[in-house]
Design a protein around this ligand. Structure first.
Ligand SMILES: [Zn+2]
Length: 89
Protein backbone atom coordinates (compact mmCIF):
# COMPACT_ATOMS: atom_id res chain seq x y z
CA UNK A 1 0.00 0.00 0.00
CA UNK A 2 1.31 3.37 -0.97
CA UNK A 3 2.31 5.69 1.76
CA UNK A 4 0.71 9.07 1.51
CA UNK A 5 2.90 12.05 2.07
CA UNK A 6 1.74 15.55 2.57
CA UNK A 7 4.22 18.28 3.06
CA UNK A 8 3.15 21.77 3.78
CA UNK A 9 5.58 24.60 3.82
CA UNK A 10 4.20 27.86 4.95
CA UNK A 11 6.04 30.84 3.71
CA UNK A 12 4.70 34.10 2.44
CA UNK A 13 3.49 31.84 -0.26
CA UNK A 14 1.82 28.59 0.51
CA UNK A 15 3.29 25.50 -1.01
CA UNK A 16 1.81 22.07 -0.62
CA UNK A 17 3.47 19.08 -2.10
CA UNK A 18 1.40 16.00 -2.20
CA UNK A 19 2.93 12.74 -3.24
CA UNK A 20 0.75 9.73 -3.71
CA UNK A 21 3.71 7.51 -3.22
CA UNK A 22 6.92 8.39 -1.55
CA UNK A 23 10.03 6.38 -1.47
CA UNK A 24 13.47 6.67 -0.07
CA UNK A 25 16.50 6.68 -2.25
CA UNK A 26 20.10 7.73 -2.20
CA UNK A 27 20.67 11.28 -3.38
CA UNK A 28 24.21 11.87 -4.61
CA UNK A 29 23.98 15.59 -4.08
CA UNK A 30 22.70 15.35 -0.49
CA UNK A 31 25.04 12.42 0.10
CA UNK A 32 22.25 10.91 2.12
CA UNK A 33 19.19 8.76 1.85
CA UNK A 34 16.31 11.10 1.26
CA UNK A 35 12.61 11.03 0.65
CA UNK A 36 11.81 11.25 -3.02
CA UNK A 37 8.65 11.87 -4.95
CA UNK A 38 7.82 11.05 -8.53
CA UNK A 39 6.95 14.20 -10.39
CA UNK A 40 4.04 12.69 -12.25
CA UNK A 41 2.51 11.51 -8.97
CA UNK A 42 2.99 14.82 -7.26
CA UNK A 43 0.55 17.64 -7.10
CA UNK A 44 2.00 20.99 -6.26
CA UNK A 45 -0.52 23.50 -5.08
CA UNK A 46 0.79 26.93 -4.53
CA UNK A 47 -0.08 30.53 -4.88
CA UNK A 48 3.36 31.13 -6.30
CA UNK A 49 3.57 31.89 -9.95
CA UNK A 50 3.26 28.64 -11.88
CA UNK A 51 6.07 29.74 -14.14
CA UNK A 52 8.31 30.12 -11.09
CA UNK A 53 7.59 26.55 -10.04
CA UNK A 54 8.43 25.25 -13.48
CA UNK A 55 11.62 27.26 -13.40
CA UNK A 56 12.55 25.54 -10.13
CA UNK A 57 11.89 22.15 -11.58
CA UNK A 58 14.22 22.87 -14.47
CA UNK A 59 16.87 24.44 -12.30
CA UNK A 60 19.98 22.95 -10.81
CA UNK A 61 18.65 23.76 -7.35
CA UNK A 62 16.47 20.71 -7.37
CA UNK A 63 18.03 17.31 -7.21
CA UNK A 64 16.73 15.15 -9.98
CA UNK A 65 16.96 11.44 -9.68
CA UNK A 66 16.13 8.88 -12.27
CA UNK A 67 14.01 5.92 -11.35
CA UNK A 68 14.62 2.50 -12.82
CA UNK A 69 11.70 2.97 -15.19
CA UNK A 70 13.11 6.30 -16.35
CA UNK A 71 10.56 8.59 -14.74
CA UNK A 72 11.61 11.83 -13.08
CA UNK A 73 12.05 11.86 -9.34
CA UNK A 74 12.71 14.81 -7.11
CA UNK A 75 14.66 14.89 -3.86
CA UNK A 76 12.36 16.41 -1.26
CA UNK A 77 15.25 17.91 0.68
CA UNK A 78 16.19 20.04 -2.27
CA UNK A 79 12.61 21.10 -2.88
CA UNK A 80 12.18 22.27 0.71
CA UNK A 81 15.55 24.00 0.65
CA UNK A 82 14.50 25.82 -2.49
CA UNK A 83 11.31 27.02 -0.83
CA UNK A 84 13.23 28.36 2.14
CA UNK A 85 15.68 30.10 -0.13
CA UNK A 86 12.76 31.90 -1.71
CA UNK A 87 11.52 32.91 1.70
CA UNK A 88 14.80 34.46 2.79
CA UNK A 89 15.77 36.12 -0.44
ZN1 LIG B 1 19.14 15.74 -2.63
Amino acid sequence: MAKRTRITVETDSLLIVRGLTSRRAWCDRCEAEVEIVAMKETGVMTNLDQAAIEEWLDSEDLHHLQSTDGSALICLNSLLARVQKTQTS
